[in-house]
Every structure is written in structure tokens, then in C-alpha cells.
Design a protein around this ligand. Structure first.
Ligand code: XMP
Length: 326
């Protein structure tokens, strides 16, 4: 029967055997899978593991700090954090097409990760050590989805952390390859990771970049981060975290509508709430969030985010709509 402790013991032994005294590198995205994979590998080989966290500036409020501080405090993992947010903003200037955004973010991400990787390889080399392995937080459903050939995964070009640059050849360590999300969470908890990381909702690699419909700017990101933080806080307070699969909060940046805030006429942008329930994100239904929770979120967002004068609910299932808007 399934038991997080047993899986950890098995994996720890398998990882030690595979790695020997080589060095290992792991990209952290801020998500559950890479965090648990890293913690598991760290349990097995300690300081032979170096984690790299590329902050693309498209994360939600507080997430970068959670990786850099809470995750490191909980595990003692060696972490290199790269703040590349300015770089990403520059590269995305003037771009509103969704696939172009995804492509730019994906490529920039790999380049930035690669640069940090080279640094780790060089530093290890200077000490006569060799970096031979790369950890990836691949889960069982990822294996099935990318090999499944039903075309669903090709609808949008998905980008995930730690994609392998062509000219660096590592062997892969994928300790979560046979596991489902709930099992990964159980293992994360058993390994002592904080709830905020273990119970984090799925979040796309391109981050808030594909939740701003229109061009991505610093101001729009900050605005969306504030609105998103309010929605998350209220959904949590209402105890809905574990019922809702995820709730993208989307800024329709190029849409304007007339409002009245205070005594003034405003011409602001709408925020879309997209709460969905799902088993695996392949299909989803829109979540019937209680009206009073929606009301609180709407009131708070329009009060606290000056440029938002309208909050709307996306009540479409998947299919026909995807979960993300881009
Ligand atoms: P869609 O929008 O295709 O999303 O219904 C399905 C699930 O995948 C997440 N998603 C991504 N995850 N990289 C990821 O790792 C990506 O590029 C990406 N795009 C979408 C989305 O949040 C949902 O959980």
C-alpha cells in the first residue's frame, strides 16, 4: 500500500546509487513539482545538489520570496537565484500575441537558466567536480500527456522549467515520474516543505505573462499581482483552496469600460476570475464559488486596485475554453 515514507526511502536509495559522488543541478519554478523533486534529491545527496531559480518577474505576489527564503529555510538547499525580470520585460516589449509571448518567455528562460548552469558547472569544475545530472519534476500525467499523442498538449506550446538546452548533455533524474499530484504533495509534506509550496495551485511556466491580455508592462504586472493576491486571499479565507483546482486571474489590459468610483467617472480595465475544478487540467468545469465570496473579491479588487473598475466571472468549461486565456 502507498505510503509517502516508503516512496521517499526507495527514491533516496535509488538517487544515491545513480548519482554516486557527481554533482546535480535542479531548476526551481516556484511550483510544487520542482520543489518536491529538489527536496527529495537533497534528502538523498545533500550539498551535491545546487538549485537554480530564475525569477522572470512574472510570478505572483510573494512567490519569489517564498522560494528564496521559505524553501531554502525549510530544506537547507544550496540555491542560486537570478533576477532576470528586467531582461524579460525588455524582450517582451510591444508583444501581445499569445504564442509569441510564450516563445519569447520560453527561450529567454532557457538562455537564462543555461547561463546560471554554466556558472555552476564552472564552479564545480574549479573544485575538480563534475556536474552530471539534472533533476526534473516530471509527474506521471506529464509523461502520459507528452507521449499520449492526442494533440491536446499541442494546443498551446507549454513551457516548463529545466528544459534541456541542446548543447549541455545531462542525465536526467526524475524522482516523481511515477507519481500523481496528490502523492507528490504527500511527499512534500513528509519532507517538511511549507504548506504554501505544497498546496500551491498549478501555475503556468510563462506565469502572469499569459494572464495579461495585451502587452506586458511592469505597471500591468503590478496591478494584476495585486488583484490576484486579493482573489487568492479571499478564496483561502473561504476555505476553497482544496476544492478549486486553480483560479487564474486575468487582466484584459486593452479593454476599457466606463465606471464610477468614488464620485468620479473612470475608464478602467476589467479583471476576469477563472476558478475551475478539475482532476488533471485536461478537462475542467468552472467552479461554483459562493456569491458572497465573489462579492467580497469584486468589492476589494475595485476598491484596492485603482485602475480596475469591473470584475467578471468566466463561467465556461474546458472544452470549449482552455483554463488559461492565452
Ligand atoms: P490550458 O490553458 O491549456 O491549461 O487549459 C492546462 C493547464 O496547464 C497549465 N499551463 C501551463 N503549465 N507551462 C506549464 O507548466 C505552460 O506553458 C502552461 N500553460 C498552461 C494551466 O495553468 C493549466 O493548469
Amino acid at each position: 500500500d502507498w505510503n509517502a515514507k516508503n516512496i521517499i526511502d526507495e527514491q533516496v536509495e535509488a538517487i544515491r546509487e545513480k548519482v554516486g559522488d557527481a554533482q546535480v543541478i535542479c531548476g526551481l519554478s516556484g511550483g510544487v513539482d520542482s520543489a518536491v523533486a529538489a527536496a527529495l534529491v537533497h534528502r538523498a545527496i545533500g550539498d551535491q545538489l545546487t538549485c537554480v531559480f530564475v525569477d522572470h518577474g512574472l510570478l505572483r505576489k510573494g512567490e519569489a520570496e517564498q522560494v528564496k527564503h521559505d524553501f531554502v529555510a525549510a530544506t537547507g538547499i544550496k540555491l542560486i537565484a537570478v533576477d532576470a525580470s528586467e531582461d524579460f520585460l525588455d524582450a517582451l516589449k510591444g508583444v501581445s500575441d499569445p504564442e509569441t509571448k510564450r516563445k519569447i518567455i520560453g527561450e529567454k528562460f532557457i538562455r537564462t537558466f543555461e547561463k546560471a548552469q554554466r556558472q555552476v558547472i564552472e564552479e564545480a569544475g574549479a573544485q575538480g567536480k563534475e556536474v552530471r545530472f539534472l533533476v526534473q519534476g516530471t509527474l506521471y500525467p506529464d509523461v502520459v500527456e507528452s507521449g499520449g499523442g492526442d494533440g491536446a498538449s499541442n494546443i498551446k506550446s507549454h513551457h516548463n522549467v529545466g528544459g534541456l538546452p541542446d548543447d549541455i548533455k545531462f542525465e536526467l533524474i526524475e524522482p516523481l515520474r511515477s507519481l500523481f499530484k496528490d502523492e507528490v504533495r504527500a511527499i512534500g509534506t513528509e519532507l517538511g516543505l511549507p504548506d504554501e509550496i505544497v498546496w500551491r495551485q498549478p501555475f503556468p511556466g510563462p506565469g502572469l505573462g499569459i494572464r495579461i491580455i495585451g502587452e506586458i508592462t511592469k505597471e500591468r504586472l503590478d496591478l494584476l499581482r495585486d488583484a490576484d493576491a486579493i482573489a487568492r486571499e479571499e478564496l483561502s479565507k473561504a476555505g476553497l483552496d482544496r476544492d478549486i483546482w486553480q483560479c487564474p486571474v486575468v487582466l484584459l489590459a486593452d479593454v476599457h469600460s466606463v465606471g464610477v468610483q468614488g464620485d468620479e467617472r473612470t475608464y478602467g480595465s476589467p479583471i476576469v476570475l477563472r476558478p475551475v475544478s478539475s482532476e488533471d487540467a485536461m478537462t475542467a468545469d468552472w467552479s461554483r464559488v459562493p456569491y458572497d465570496v465573489l462579492a467580497t473579491i469584486s468589492t476589494r479588487i475595485t476598491n484596492e486596485c485603482r485602475q480596475i473598475n469591473r470584475v467578471v466571472l468566466d463561467c465556461t468549461s474546458k472544452p470549449p475554453a482552455t483554463i488559461e486565456w492565452e
